[in-house]
Design a protein around this ligand. Structure first.
Ligand code: C2E
Ligand code: MG
Ligand code: MG
Length: 729
């Protein structure tokens, strides 16, 4: 700024000397004003300029090596410093007294005067000639010199040697060199996506030489890791929708994958059409490795390689947020390994550590993939079961972990027996914060250790339930062996004729002490413990035996429905069914299978295949408890189901509950469209019956007609031709 003002001043002073009259006066006034503005800032410089002027001809104090000279108003050199001498090769005695023009190149004659008028900012780059004849580029900074009265005296010119501005050709070759020497890989493609240029970093990173890559497309580096959508995005960038920056996994010539940080942009020609695209990329595998290592160190236990408490807490916290939304259950188990201290003390810490590692591995094998196993600290492991259907399931997992330690653990040099105390906290009941759950599970762990129990829940209620669960399981095994199970039959009646058109076989347990136990109590336990296979086989066997017996007694029997647990529904089911039917000489049409929606939701292709096989054999399928699960029309259409059973919970409110009426109506309409028979479960009143009948429901099953009864009673009903009365009672 200052230099600009000075240059302007000098220009004005020259103008002042050549102009006349009023114009001159105005110009001088303006000059005075401009000079006042810079006078202050230049005070120090003027002082030194005065000293320098005194030494004119004798050289110039070396101003940090800077070249400088002074001119009088006619352009004659009055001072010349050693920097100027170095720059131009003329000593002061040769330069002082010469007109500045002697430094000009031939084609620069008179350029200074023009420069003074035109240049803005006091800086200019000009060509000058050295004593040697060599032409150089010099940057000039000009400042005005004044006498004591403020009259312009001359000008100081500071000079610095600058490199010559680049020619276009030089620019191109320089850019090419920069690209070639760049640390980043460069890939340039033409409009048809053929590689037209690469640099040496490209070859270093990818392994492909120019010969192997030019003319190919960038697919040369494709790793196959990214999906089509990702590639489309990158392609869009290549097609010119703006530069794309991101990380891509590429493949080197040796087949190795590598992460790269990439920028892809398009180059357009003068008409705006894309002529080329260029990608700049760097290999970030080193950073990635370091990142992954840091991530591991922060989240994983170095001894066992398992997640640490920090990671488990993060995962739990996420799951808890979801659980709050979806009302799901989960559990946190804290497993304390016993005897570890004693082992470390006697056999050394290395053995203790090795043992912990082995326990971690063992636990991992008994858990499902979705369960989180973490090492919390010392001898404590944490197990998070993020989604469990029932809280009791946590006890099954605890039991599995405890059983895993039943046998001694084989290490390289020792065979060691350890035990575990397991504490269980369940959510949401025992807390909705991870820290609270860990605290509560810890409390339960200590109690389990004291009580020498394999596991304990935090809540007493859960302990009771778990105990009950175990008791039922062991007693149910005995029930199977001792013939305590029995089938009851509940008739299904037609809402058109009132006649019995079927029956559902319902399992009963005659417990020697507790009397008749409801399947609602023991079927879930059987399902969880795996006993359901045995129980289910017994039911099929017994139902077929009974059907055969009725047939032998010449009774005309409607189809008997048997409930199937989802666990029974596997590939071997059709063969097992065929075998039982064959053994009892029962016609498949005599048996209907009731399945629940949870089976459909599992939705695996083989479920449909198994169903089709069963139907092809002549068995009919009914969907039980319809409306309580994830009922969806889409599911229903996919499966070969002939009968829908409306769940009792929708029947209870008929005909007074508006919602229940709407649901029942919708289910009936839908089933009619799918040409499925509809059975209403749990019909207890004549009003419910009338309503369902008017809706167009086909059959009814419920206390209104009959409770489930032993086989003999059902047989009697059939023989007597018991019918449903339609009149309102
Ligand atoms: P489900 O298959 O839905 O059976 C209908 C249940 O409703 C039966 O209970 C039946 O006694 C009851 N019920 C029928 N009519 C009425 C009524 O008018 N009012 C009321 N309040 N209840 C009625 P149950 O026999 O206790 O069976 C309960 C569940 O146990 C069954 O529900 C079924 O899911 C399961 N189950 C029963 N037997 C077996 C079996 O052999 N195998 C399998 N896997 N599960 C079975
Ligand atoms: Mg049923
Ligand atoms: Mg049902």
């Amino acid at each position: 700024m200052l230099d600009a003002a000075l240059a302007r001043c000098l220009a004005l002073s020259q103008a002042a000397r050549t102009q006349q009259g009023a114009a001159l006066a105005a110009t001088l006034a303006e000059l005075e004003h401009a000079l006042a503005a810079v006078a202050e800032a230049r005070a120090a410089e003027q002082a030194s300029a005065a000293a320098v002027a005194a030494q004119a001809g004798a050289g110039w104090p070396d101003d940090g090596g800077e070249a400088a000279l002074e001119l009088d108003l006619a352009g004659y050199i009055t001072a010349w410093n050693t920097g100027a001498e170095r720059l131009f090769g003329y000593p002061a005695q040769e330069a002082v007294g010469q007109n500045i023009l002697f430094l000009y190149t031939e084609d620069d004659d008179g350029a200074l005067a023009e420069l003074l008028y035109e240049q803005d900012g006091g800086l200019a780059e000009v060509r000058r000639r050295r004593k040697s004849g060599e032409v150089i580029w010099v940057q000039l900074a000009l400042s005005l010199l004044q006498d004591d009265m403020g009259e312009p005296q001359g000008m100081r010119v500071r000079m610095a040697h600058v490199s010559e501005p680049l020619s276009d050709a030089d620019k191109i070759s320089l850019h090419a060199r920069i690209i070639e020497d760049s640390e980043q890989g460069v890939l340039i493609t033409d409009a048809s996506e053929r590689i037209v240029s690469i640099n040496s970093a490209f070859t270093r990173i990818t392994g492909y030489t120019p010969g192997e890559s030019l003319g190919k497309t960038p697919d040369l580096l494709r790793s196959g890791v990214h999906d089509a959508e990702f590639r489309a995005k990158v392609r869009a960038a290549m097609a010119g929708n703006g530069p794309w920056r991101g990380e891509i996994v590429g493949r080197r010539k040796n087949g190795e994958l590598f992460p790269q940080s990439v920028t892809i942009s398009a180059v357009r020609d003068s008409e705006g059409k894309i002529s080329h695209t260029f990608s700049l990329f760097s290999d970030i595998s080193v950073h990635k490795d370091a990142e992954a290592r840091m991530q591991r160190m922060a989240n994983y236990d170095t001894l066992t390689g398992l997640p640490n408490q920090c990671l488990m807490t993060q995962l739990m916290t996420q799951a808890l947020t979801e659980a709050r939304r979806s009302n799901e259950h989960g559990a946190l188990l804290v497993v304390e390994i016993g005897r570890l201290g004693a082992i470390s003390d006697t056999l050394g810490h290395d053995v203790g550590n090795e043992l912990l590692g082995a326990v971690g591995k063992l636990f991992r094998t008994v858990l499902r993939d979705a369960d989180i196993l973490a090492r919390l600290d010392g001898n404590r492991f944490g197990v998070a079961l993020l989604h469990i259907e029932k809280r009791e399931h946590a006890a099954i997992v605890a039991q599995k972990l405890a059983s895993a330690l039943a046998a001694p653990i084989q290490l390289a040099t020792h065979s060691l027996q350890v035990g575990a105390s397991i504490g269980i906290a369940v959510y949401p009941e025992d807390g909705l914060e991870t820290t609270a759950l860990i605290r509560h599970a810890d409390v339960a762990t200590s109690k389990a250790a004291q009580a020498e129990a394999a596991f304990l829940f935090y809540s007493e209620e859960m302990n009771q339930r778990a105990k009950e669960h175990l008791r039922i399981e062991s007693e149910l095994r005995l029930a199977l062996q001792h013939g305590q199970l029995q089938l009851y039959y509940q008739p299904k009646v037609s809402l058109r004729s009132g006649r019995i058109v079927g029956a559902e076989a319902l399992l009963r347990w005659r417990h020697p002490v507790r009397g008749l136990v409801s399947p609602g109590v023991f079927i879930p336990v059987a399902e969880e413990s795996g006993l359901i296979q045995e129980v289910g086989n017994w039911v099929l066997e017994e139902a077929c035996r009974q059907v055969r017996a009725w047939k032998d007694a010449n009774l005309i029997m409607p189809p008997i429905a048997v409930n199937l647990s989802a666990r029974q529904f596997d590939r071997s089911l059709p063969a097992r069914m065929a075998e039982v039917l064959r053994r009892h000489q029962v016609h498949p049409e005599q048996i209907m299978l009731e399945i629940t929606e949870s089976l459909l939701v599992r939705g695996a292709e083989n479920v449909v295949a198994i169903m089709n096989e069963l139907v092809a054999m002549g068995l009919a399928l009914a969907l039980d408890d319809f409306g309580t699960g994830y009922s969806s029309l889409a599911y229903l259409k996919k499966f070969p189901i002939s009968t829908l059973k409306i769940d009792r919970s929708f029947v209870v409110g008929l005909p007074y509950e508006e919602n229940d009426c709407a649901i029942a109506r919708a289910i009936v309409t839908m089933a009619q469209q799918l040409r499925q028979e509809i059975v209403a479960e749990g019909v207890e009143t004549a009003e419910q019956m009338s309503f369902l009948r008017e809706l167009g429901c086909d059959q009814l099953q419920g206390y209104l007609f009959s409770q489930p009864v032993p086989a003999d009673d059902f047989e009697r009903m059939l023989r007597e031709g018991k019918r449903l009365a339609f009149g309102v009672r």
